[in-house]
Write a protein that binds this ligand. Structure first.
Ligand code: C2E
Ligand code: MG
Ligand code: MG
Ligand code: MG
Length: 283
């Protein structure tokens, strides 16, 4: 039973709530310390063009190597970073690190792209976001087209005006924009048409359902094509899922990501993969 601000000013919390608040505080403190101690690392997961089966880019995914705990997933600490404001310096670090890596990779593969995930919080400081991105690209000598920003459908739909305006500005500079976890965020189809985005990333849950015929994935791909956008299918885990996706058209606009190709990899492992043959073309 939660009873906040009781008559005599005593606050009674439900059992467990005390622990949760403490747990949150403790993690916030550990996160801050971890950030200053450089405990964060980026992993990179390839994005594969499904027609030729080649790697065309990577998505940067942040991890926290927490001493005594191991690798902590972003699903756990990003919400705490957002609550505490640490998301601003953390995101700047992610962007800078990812762009440096990309500049290095582009000496091997000049057309390679890199996607970074953008927290909804960053749209509360739009000017800072826009100038940080253009400064980072400039500093790393990257053309804006090399960078893809991933914004979830949920974030976009929560404030289409603010987020849409910011994305328009960024796209105007040449940066690409993807809607992440597409299909989970209740976009109205009417709104979708005018959205300033280049690509829809179909949420993993739809790829998992494909054994039942894949009608939803087909429909989303058809929608994307109609709107003249690329599609990335995320969470491809089996050759059956890949085969079904490779039966869709126009395959040149369909991309895939998932454990079937590679898990998110360290920078060194991703570099090695890039230099190996990529045998995932349409049979
Ligand atoms: P997301 O952007 O949708 O990233 C895809 C997630 O699916 C990643 O989890 C990835 O490891 C996982 N995944 C990829 N392929 C497969 C597959 O075939 N099967 C399964 N079961 N999973 C697959 P991860 O790395 O734990 O990231 C979770 C979420 O955390 C991301 O979802 C993204 O929203 C957020 N995130 C990650 N890095 C950052 C970051 O630098 N900044 C912000 N703001 N958010 C981040
Ligand atoms: Mg993403
Ligand atoms: Mg996603
Ligand atoms: Mg996701």
């Amino acid at each position: 039973q939660v009873k906040l601000g009781g008559r005599c000013g005593v606050q009674v919390f439900a059992p467990g709530m005390h622990d949760r608040v403490l747990g949150q505080l403790e993690m916030e403190t550990a996160l801050r310390r971890g950030f200053s101690q450089q405990e964060f690392v980026l992993h990179y997961q390839p994005v594969v063009q499904l027609e030729r089966g080649q790697i065309v880019g990577f998505e940067a995914l942040v991890r926290w190597q927490r001493p005594g705990v191991g690798l902590v997933s972003p699903g756990v600490f990003i919400p705490v970073a957002e609550e505490s404001g640490l998301i601003y310096p953390l995101s700047q670090w992610v962007l800078g690190t990812a762009c440096q890596q990309l500049a290095q990779w582009r000496t091997l593969r000049p057309d390679l792209t890199l996607a970074v995930n953008v927290s909804g919080r960053l749209f509360r400081r739009v000017n800072e976001l826009v100038s940080q991105i253009s400064q980072t690209l400039h500093r790393c000598g990257l053309p804006p087209q090399a960078l893809v920003l991933e914004v979830t459908e949920g974030v976009l739909m929560a404030d289409p005006q603010t987020v849409g305006d910011a994305l328009s500005q960024l796209r105007h500079q040449g940066v690409q924009v993807s809607i992440d976890d597409f299909g989970t965020g209740y976009s109205s189809l009417g709104r979708l048409q005018g959205l300033p985005v280049d690509c829809l990333k179909i949420d993993r849950s739809f790829i998992q359902q494909m054994t039942q015929g894949g009608e939803l994935v087909r429909a989303i791909v058809a929608l994307a094509v109609t709107l003249n956008k690329d599609v990335v299918a995320e969470g491809i885990e089996t050759p059956q899922q890949l085969a079904l996706l490779q039966s869709l058209t126009p395959l040149s606009k369909i991309y895939g990501q998932g454990y079937w190709f590679a898990r998110p990899l360290s920078a060194a492992a991703a570099t090695a993969l890039l230099q190996q043959p990529q045998p995932w073309g349409k049979p």
